[in-house]
Design a binder for this molecule. Structure first.
Ligand code: DHB
Ligand code: FE
Length: 280
């Protein structure tokens, strides 16, 4: 049977892609951020996942305001990175796993989630940068991916509690897949940031650290907040932390922290990263 070996949650700031392309990892601005991923590389090397379920929020490359699914799941044989501006070089295409995608879709829709199924899907910096942070060096990716996309661009967004439950449904979907696969769940976005308006540059370190701690001490802690409250607490793009809740929900309740990093700022963002794995 397929098995979830853990979750990796991380910020996905576009500037990361530009820094990787320019080889800036050792520069003082970037080093504390990139160094945080060294223990993740060791963990991945030992864990050897076959597939990554990548929970992310598209920013207009794939879905735009005219058609905005709340939850969308990729079922494509391949996912390509389009030119999204920002000066980010595009990366090698990602191999999909349509059989696993369709199994997950059937299982999750079977639990009354209304998903948009995508036999074609482009992926933006919210997929490419986390993948490049986890598997640096370029070339072919060592895992196939199943992208799961959550709307955090146009209100109304799904609630934190709905996102956590989607994660639980993902966990059951993977666990009921009849192939011996090792699956890592990646959640990308956050932590606190706001790119526009009067509060541009807003960061809430206290909340971010409490949130990261809650993922092992009290995983549903953040589901007490409405999306409007989360925007107030973390900024209009800080709401991307919903991806962290989906990823955490996919793991058993008893889970432990493997490693984490928190660094302010990367571009306009409080950059958080955390690896969690099942306790048993
Ligand atoms: C930034 C952060 C994001 O999450 C994003 O999607 C775009 C930009 C930033 O901090 O620059
Ligand atoms: Fe973003």
């Amino acid at each position: 049977m397929a098995r979830i070996i853990g979750s990796v949650t991380t910020s996905h700031v576009p500037a990361i892609g530009a820094a990787i392309a320019a080889g800036r990892q050792e520069e003082p601005y970037w080093k504390p951020f990139f160094d945080g991923f060294k223990p993740v590389h060791d963990w991945l090397e030992a864990a050897q996942p076959d597939v990554a379920v990548v929970v992310h929020n598209d920013h207009g490359l794939n879905f735009f305001l005219d058609k905005m699914p709340t939850f969308a799941v990729g079922a494509a044989p391949e996912y390509r990175h389009g030119d999204e501006g920002w000066g980010i070089p595009t990366v090698a295409p990602f191999r999909g796993d349509p059989a696993l995608s369709w199994h997950m879709i059937e299982s999750i829709v079977g639990e009354d989630f209304d998903l948009t199924t995508c036999q074609e899907m482009k992926v933006d910096h919210s997929v490419t940068n986390p993948m490049a942070l986890l598997w640096p060096g370029g070339g072919d990716w060592p895992v196939r991916i199943v992208p799961v996309c959550v709307n955090t661009v146009q209100f109304p967004f799904p609630s934190a509690s709905r996102c956590y439950k989607l994660g639980e449904a993902i966990g059951r979907a993977v666990a009921s897949y009849d192939e011996d696969l090792r699956v890592v769940v990646i959640g990308t976005g956050g932590l606190s940031h706001q790119l526009e308006g009067e509060r541009a540059g807003f960061i809430n370190k206290d909340f971010d650290l409490k949130f990261m701690d809650s993922l092992t001490s009290d995983p549903t802690w953040a589901t007490q907040y409405s999306d409007e409250e989360l925007v107030e607490l973390t900024g209009s793009q800080g709401i991307e932390l919903l991806m962290w809740l989906v990823a955490r929900g996919a793991l058993p309740e008893a889970a432990r922290k493997v490693c984490s990093n928190y660094h302010i700022p990367i571009s306009n963002t409080a950059a958080g990263m955390m690896v969690v794995e099942p306790s048993a």
